[in-house]
Design a protein around this ligand. Structure first.
Ligand code: ADP
Length: 271
């Protein structure tokens, strides 16, 4: 595979290889008169960890929700692993994709939300085995085997038979991470995974995410308010403001040498 030079602006990015796993092209999103995202172009490469920081209302969550297929863009295209999310190419022309297509493409994306969205009436084990059985068609035995490996990874193998209501917020979020991982996604999306947690539970969730990130080959898009975490885990950081990516770079560039006044002002709040 030939090396692709992404941009000389991104320190360390000479080493990125192959084609992007996620590709946003001229993505805009409006709610009525309010334009939330303005012609966003973004590539995420296999294995790359990209963190998105920025003030509240700058469009971070919308950027993630479009990739999660929870929202449809007003304009532009998104590709995951070479497949268009919202469109299909028919005889070279773009047409709107049907639900079946969306469902299939969605299968390669793992999602972890602010509110864990576990099934309250199912045990932890069933929460994690449900999708592999239903969506991937694994046998119950195969799904349980996979689920146990993932629950072990997030440190919750001893909670298999419990229900979400019996777990702390941090534990619930770790189950949600295991549930996403069990599908072996090509890209994992974390939308402010710790912002609904009590402060003392944030650390355990960030630690699990860091461990998964360190394993390497899965791309990650992380929306976060945790600056130290972003700095530790990300290969690249995007700063959004007013629906645009105002600045991007390595953690070192972003935190030690922010260029735009808006990013400088934003970071000052955390100092
Ligand atoms: P961030 O995650 O950076 O806080 P969001 O993507 O959540 O930003 O929101 C960006 C803007 O879009 C905000 O002004 C928000 O109020 C608006 N917005 C988000 N979702 C909706 C919606 N479903 N309907 C109308 N406005 C929305």
């Amino acid at each position: 595979m030939s090396m692709i030079h992404v941009s000389s602006l991104y320190e360390g990015y000479e080493n990125v290889e192959g084609n992007p796993i996620v590709r946003y092209r001229k993505i805009s999103k409006s709610y009525g008169d309010l334009q939330v995202l303005k012609e966003i172009d973004l590539d995420i490469y296999p294995g790359e960890k990209v963190a998105v920081i920025g003030p509240s209302g700058s469009g971070k969550t919308t950027l993630a929700r479009l990739l999660m297929t929870l929202e449809e863009p007003t304009a532009g295209t998104i590709e995951v692993d070479g497949e268009l999310l919202w469109h299909k190419r028919v005889k070279g022309r773009l047409t709107r994709a049907d639900e079946k297509h969306l469902h299939r493409v969605r299968g390669s994306i793992g999602m972890v939300f602010q509110h864990f969205n576990l099934f309250p009436h199912m045990t932890i084990l069933r929460n994690v085995t449900e999708a592999p059985i239903r969506v991937l068609g694994l046998s119950k035995e195969e799904a349980v085997e996979r689920a146990k490996i993932m629950l072990d990874k997030v440190g919750l193998l001893d909670k298999l038979d419990k229900y979400p209501g019996q777990l702390s917020g941090g534990q619930k979020q770790r189950v949600a991470i295991a549930r996403a991982l069990v599908m072996r996604p090509k890209v994992m999306l974390f939308d402010e995974p710790t912002s609904a947690l009590d402060p003392e539970l944030v650390g355990e969730v960030l630690t699990v995410i860091k461990e998964i990130a360190a394993e390497g080959d899965m791309a990650m898009l992380l929306i976060t308010h945790e600056m130290e975490f972003a700095r530790d885990v990300a290969d690249r950081i995007l700063f959004t403001d007013g629906g645009k990516i105002v600045e991007e770079g390595s953690p070192k560039q972003i935190f030690e040498n922010p260029k735009s006044p808006r990013l400088q002002m934003f970071l000052n709040r955390f100092r």
